[in-house]
Design a protein around this ligand. Structure first.
Ligand code: FAD
Length: 531
């Protein structure tokens, strides 16, 4: 093993040298002699891909990129990192799912990025690696590779008439990536976030051990990894809870000019979580309309030309409108009763009467709705732009103050992208996980999903939008609104300690236990180098 390490050091010294002098070593460095079956490559396009993310605000080229050929490959690479002393240059290891982070969380400038999602997607053609999803119809779960994209999880389970219960709005994200954060959408009020819908994981820890964990087996690792920002291990397999997949979705949007009425209704709808299926909606979200730029909004395809919205004709409160978005899932055989169920639920709500917009579509078309918008934006060159996104969990007790200060204050009438707002039930989040949520029983996600565009308009610029984000955070802090960032981004240890609050000592303890050398996911910038 000493020889293996020295060979590895040699290989890495060589890689580092080449990287330093900027030479292209050709397509791949094979580490098969060191027991790694996958490809460790310095191919410029692979390195370039791994050096950026969806945020397009930070660029950090790794020394090399690994396309793994097994979970063991990942364990071998991490063990090599453990065995490479800092004085020989050391190196870090970062798993990268689909690179849809905003602030370089999957990047490392001093190590190897593992492309977890390379090779996924071809489930129809059959494949050896990554292993295709395996569905247990009897036990209603699916085992998937950690780099699997949710869209492919869906396709594979639908063959059995089954589907996961808890989603993200967008499906081109990896299972390991969303489980490292939370994974939320309009189903979270009911089923909890995606991290509440996992039965078991295989994880390569920062000690290079491939470990199976669950509620019963190695629970400390299991709960730590869920929402753990990649700090304790790399998820190579996840066992995800399934339900019978609905066939169709009734998708409804209604408008409010009064914020109190809007949030009262949202909170009422999520309080129905324990009711029988026919007495609640399956999905509750909402968004804020601060200007008439709805047309430019990438989630606006809903308001079709045949169904135009004249916002100016609806009396907006302080110029701001709120849209409640709800769905009802159903099977084709239930198409009659669904009308009655929806009707009964809508009757209780206090929206602007003439503002009901309804669509009916297939389940996959609904779940994959953001991809449709992505394709449109891509065709206009508006997808690959910087995204200074800000996601906050706001306690229910302060959401009205947030509305006054931010939606009706700081934002002016400048959207630059959709602003989502919807409540969730805290008790659906397992307190043992690493994810952090505010104190209140109910808290809101407020997602400012904005794009910076270089069109000469100051208010669309990256600098302007980033400044606004700082103002929003400062506003909350000055007003004592105890928000928690979702997909958090901090650079100083004190800020992380504050973010994790009561959970910080445990988070640190788990780091000491599962990644004592601080090898994993350094792009999160939580722990400084260990040596
Ligand atoms: P990456 O960005 O590649 O990685 C994220 C972090 O996880 C990194 O620190 C990385 O090192 C670590 N990581 C990656 N894979 C693994 C693994 N297998 N094991 C351990 N750690 C790993 N989030 C929601 O909750 N709901 C939404 O509706 C939603 N919609 C989105 C829509 C878009 C268009 C975008 C860009 C993002 C959205 N997100 C949403 C956020 C998304 O869940 C996170 O950005 C997530 O981290 C992205 O997943 P990824 O697979 O690209 O991960």
């Amino acid at each position: 093993s000493a020889m293996m390490v020295s060979k590895l050091l040699l290989a890495f010294a060589f890689c580092r040298l080449m990287a330093t002098v900027g030479l292209n070593m050709g397509p791949a460095v094979e580490l098969s002699r060191l027991g790694i079956d996958g490809l460790l490559t310095m191919d410029p396009s692979a390195v370039e891909t791994a050096s950026i993310d969806f945020g397009l605000m930070t660029r950090n080229p790794p020394l090399a990129v690994l396309h793994p050929a097994s979970a063991d490959d990942i364990a071998r690479l991490v063990r090599a990192a453990v065995a490479t002393p800092e004085e020989y240059g050391g190196f870090k290891v970062s798993a990268r799912g689909h690179g849809h982070s905003i602030n370089g969380q999957a990047q490392t400038g001093n190590g190897v990025v593992i492309e977890m999602s390379s090779g996924v997607g071809s489930i129809d053609g059959g494949r050896d690696f990554p292993p295709p999803p395996i569905v247990s119809e009897k036990e209603m779960f699916v085992d998937v590779w950690g780099g699997e994209l949710w869209i492919d999880v869906l396709k594979s389970t639908l063959r059995y008439g089954l589907a996961p219960r808890s989603w993200t709005d967008y499906l081109y994200l990896s299972v390991g990536g969303t489980l490292s954060n939370g994974g939320i959408s309009g189903q979270a009020f009911n089923h909890g976030p995606q991290i509440s819908n996992v039965l078991e994981l295989d994880v390569v820890t920062g000690n290079g051990e491939l470990t199976t964990c669950s509620n019963e087996e190695n629970p400390d690792l299991f709960h730590g990894v869920l929402g753990g920002l990649g700090q304790f291990g790399i998820i190579t397999r996840a066992r995800i809870v399934l339900e019978r997949a609905p066939q169709r979705v009734r998708w409804i949007r209604v408008l409010y000019s009064n914020f109190t009425a809007f949030t009262r209704d949202q909170e009422r709808l999520i309080s129905l979580h324990a009711k029988p299926k026919n007495e609640k909606f399956d999905y509750v979200e909402g968004f804020v309309i601060v200007d008439e730029g709805l047309i430019n909004n990438w989630r606006s395809s809903f308001f079709s030309p045949a169904n135009p919205v004249k916002i100016s004709s609806l009396k907006a409160d302080g110029g701001v409108l709120y849209c409640l978005e709800i769905t009802k899932n159903y099977h084709e055989s239930q198409s009659l009763t669904v009308d009655q169920e929806v009707e009964a639920l809508l009757k209780e709500l206090d929206y602007i009467p003439e503002s009901v917009f309804t669509t009916d579509l297939g389940y996959v078309d609904f779940l994959d709705r953001v991809h449709t918008a992505e394709l449109k934006l891509q065709s206009k060159g508006l997808w690959d732009v910087p995204h200074p996104w800000l996601n906050l969990f706001v306690p229910k007790s302060r959401i009205a103050d947030f509305d006054r200060g931010v939606f009706k204050g700081i934002l002016g009438n400048n959207t630059s992208g959709p602003i989502l707002i919807y409540p969730m039930n805290k008790h659906k989040w397992d307190p043992r996980s690493s994810a952090v949520t505010p104190e209140d029983d109910v808290f809101y996600l407020v997602a400012l999903l904005r794009s910076a565009i270089d069109n000469g308009e100051e208010t669309q610029s990256l600098e302007y939008l980033s400044n606004q984000n700082h103002q929003i955070i400062a506003f909350c802090s000055n007003e004592g609104i105890e928000v928690k960032q979702y997909l958090p981004h901090y650079t100083m240890e004190e800020e992380w300690a504050e973010h994790f609050g009561d959970k910080w000592p445990e988070f640190q303890r788990r780091k000491m236990k599962f990644d004592p050398h601080h090898i994993l996911a350094t792009g999160q910038r939580i722990f400084s180098p260990s040596k």
